[in-house]
Each structure stands twice: as C-alpha cells, then as structure tokens.
Design a protein around this ligand. Structure first.
Ligand code: F6R
Ligand code: MG
Ligand code: MG
Length: 366
C-alpha cells in the first residue's frame, strides 16, 4: 500500500426533486449505504455524500490513485442504483447523466463529472471541495485565477515565502482535446488569453512550481460528449489549503464576487453564482440562480474529518444580496441577450430544434 492518498469527487444528476431543484433524501441514503459497505470492505478509506441542487456528489478517499477502475465502477454502480430509486419515486430526469448503458472501464466521458487528485498527506491537510449547480465547468476559471494568481485576492502570493514562486496552471481546450501548461506569474497574460474564454478553455489542475498538486476540477462538458443538450455540467473542484497553498480564507474569498456564469434556466442564460450553505443549495427561482457550496475537511490518515459548511457564514451575506440584485436586473432582460446566451453557445441548447421549424420561412433579400 502506497503512502499516497487519493481524493475522488465523482458526481452525477440521476434525478431531481422537485423538477431540477434539489435532491431527494432517499438518494443520499442509498449512496451512503453503498459507500458504508465499500468502507467496511476496505475498498475506500472514507466517504461523504452530499448534494448541490439536483446533483449527487460522492466524496471518497482511498489509496488506488486517480482514474482507478474499481473506484469508477463502484461510483457508476452507485449512480445506477440511485437512478433506480429515482425511477421508483418518479423523480424528475431519473438517470439523466448516465449517458451509457454499461460501464466501460473509466467513468470519464460517460456523463458523470470527475475531480480527483493523489498526493502525500501533510501533517495537517485542510482541503476544500467546491460544488456548483446550474452552471458549467468554466465557472471555476475566475475563482481559481484569483486564488492561485492574484495577490489582490491571495495575500500569500506577495507575503508568504512558501507561495511567492507562484503556480503552474494546466489548461484544457475541451473543444479540441488539447492541453497547455502556463507558469504564473511569468506567463499571466498568456494564461488570461485563454481562460477568459471559459466555455472552451478550462483550468484542469494547478501545481506548485515543484509539482505538488494544489487544485483539480471536473472539466466534463456533457453537450460535447453527447453532441446535444443534456443538461448542464455542474462542476466540482478540490483545493488543498494552507502552507504552500492558499489559506482557507484566500480560497473562499473569490466567491464574495457574484461572478456571472453560464447556466441557469435551461442551461441557456447568464446568471450570478451564489455562494450558499448546503441547506440552501436548492435553486428554485427561474431554476436558479446558480449555486456554489464549499465543504471543508481536515484529512487524517485519509479520513475525512468534517465537513464544515464554509459558506454558512454571514461574511457571504453581502455576496448573496448582490446576487439577488443582479438576478433581478438580468431577469428583466427576459429572452434578450445578454441574459440569454449568445447564439454560438445556444447551439448546445434546445433552441436549434425550434429554429429548424422556421428554416423554410426565410426568404432571400434582394
Ligand atoms: C438547467 C436545468 C433546468 C432545466 C429546465 C427544463 O440546468 O436543469 O433549468 O433545463 O427545468 O427542464 P426539462 O427540459 O427537463 O423540462
Ligand atoms: Mg437535473
Ligand atoms: Mg444540476
């Protein structure tokens, strides 16, 4: 058995309650029972099950490394049995993210979102797990940039000798299946050229300059996998904190700005991302506004001590108020841009089917 610990966050929407707004407690119970069994059989060290909106999230620790077949297969089977429960309860969109009939070795590309990292646990290992609903994987680009590259957010980049060298960013081009590595602060402007376009270029992971992993995100884009609209990607993010990484408060600080993200109603609108306690991760107004939760854990020999519900803090009240103000303003635009996504992004929604019906009605101009 290696010394290294793997943290795996694997998530899927396998049925909403009511509509796409939240999670039925029976699905959480089902996933908890399954993972308790896996812990008894020593397949995993520890686990925590949670939900953000209509997404079921399995947080697991083990020693098998990333992309492990057994862990992925077990997660797939848990989602399948939770889908069965969802079907039985008549929940909405039961099994929606399971894009394949059978498991094929790795859960990536089959619908669920995956964020996994392997590392040697430090004497004290604080980690934050961010989960979002009614948005897409690009939502982490801006907060990750602030956490790991912006000294106006992260004081440690200027003040702390252990962070002063900066970080290394791995960016994926999810449309062309390519990746590139940027060093910050040396190549900040090059990095921003790409990550500012968060629909295509996604920060996958971040490393220290001596190659210790600090953050990893899920970058699955369902529409690109399925070739059509199948709901939003509702991403996950794992961040290691303190010491050579951002302090817990530095990692949370970016969420005081109600960032405008794509998602919200029918995955077709821009809306502000609201940081909320787990209990309030139940997007209902116009199926939103988009939500983000943050669970804090201390790892102890791979055991998950926690979680602490990090946005359950009056320090984020102002961000929530601003989100509501911005929501009012954007909603008043109704079906007009910039509330509705630009045409290029609408390609991945249900709009093209409506446009097809009107194709024959267009006449050439003289
Ligand atoms: C957005 C989302 C919801 C649905 C909307 C329509 O990510 O999940 O806003 O798009 O409720 O849902 P359907 O098409 O399932 O009736
Ligand atoms: Mg759903
Ligand atoms: Mg969702």
């Amino acid at each position: 058995m290696g010394k290294k610990i793997t943290v795996s966050v694997i998530k899927a929407d396998v049925g909403g309650y009511v509509g796409h707004s939240a999670m039925h407690p029976d699905l959480i119970e089902e996933a908890n029972n399954r993972l308790e069994g896996a812990q008894h059989q020593e397949k995993i060290i520890d686990y925590h099950v949670t939900a953000c909106g209509d997404d079921l999230e399995l947080i697991m620790t083990h020693r098998n490394g990333t992309d492990n077949r057994d862990i992925h297969q077990m997660s797939w089977e848990i989602f399948e049995s939770c889908s069965d429960t969802a079907h039985r309860l008549g929940l909405y969109g039961a099994g929606q993210d399971l894009l394949s009939d059978a498991f094929s070795g790795n859960i990536r590309g089959m619908g669920p979102g995956v964020a996994e990292m392997e590392f040697e646990e430090r004497e004290s290992e604080p980690i934050l797990i961010f989960l979002a609903d009614k948005t897409s994987a690009g939502a982490w680009n801006l907060p990750l940039y602030k956490m790991f590259a912006d000294p106006f957010n992260t004081a440690g980049l200027a003040i702390s000798p252990s962070m002063h060298a900066g970080f290394r960013f791995e960016v994926h081009d999810v449309k062309n299946h390519k990746r590139i590595i940027f060093d910050a602060p040396e190549e900040l402007y090059d990095l921003l050229v790409f990550i500012g376009a968060a629909g295509q270029y996604l920060i996958k992971s971040i490393y220290t300059k001596d190659n210790e992993i600090g953050a990893v995100s899920s970058t699955e884009r369902l529409a690109l996998i399925a070739g059509k609209y199948v709901g939003k990607d509702d991403p996950a993010l794992v961040v290691r904190c303190q010491g050579k990484f951002p302090a817990v408060g530095e990692a949370l600080e970016p969420f005081t700005m109600p960032q405008i993200v794509e998602g919200w109603m029918r995955g077709s609108h821009y809306g502000p991302l609201m940081p909320v306690p787990v209990q309030q991760a139940t997007p209902s107004r116009f199926d939103g506004p988009p939500r983000v939760i943050a669970l804090g854990f201390q790892l102890a020999g791979g055991h998950l001590v926690g979680p602490r519900d990090m946005f359950d803090d009056p320090g984020f009240d102002r961000a929530r108020e601003k989100t509501n103000e911005l929501s009012d303003l954007l909603r008043r635009h109704g079906p007009f841009e910039p509330h509705r996504l630009p045409m290029e992004a609408m390609e991945y929604t249900t709009l093209p089917d409506v446009m097809k019906k009107l194709e024959g009605r267009w006449e050439p101009l003289d």
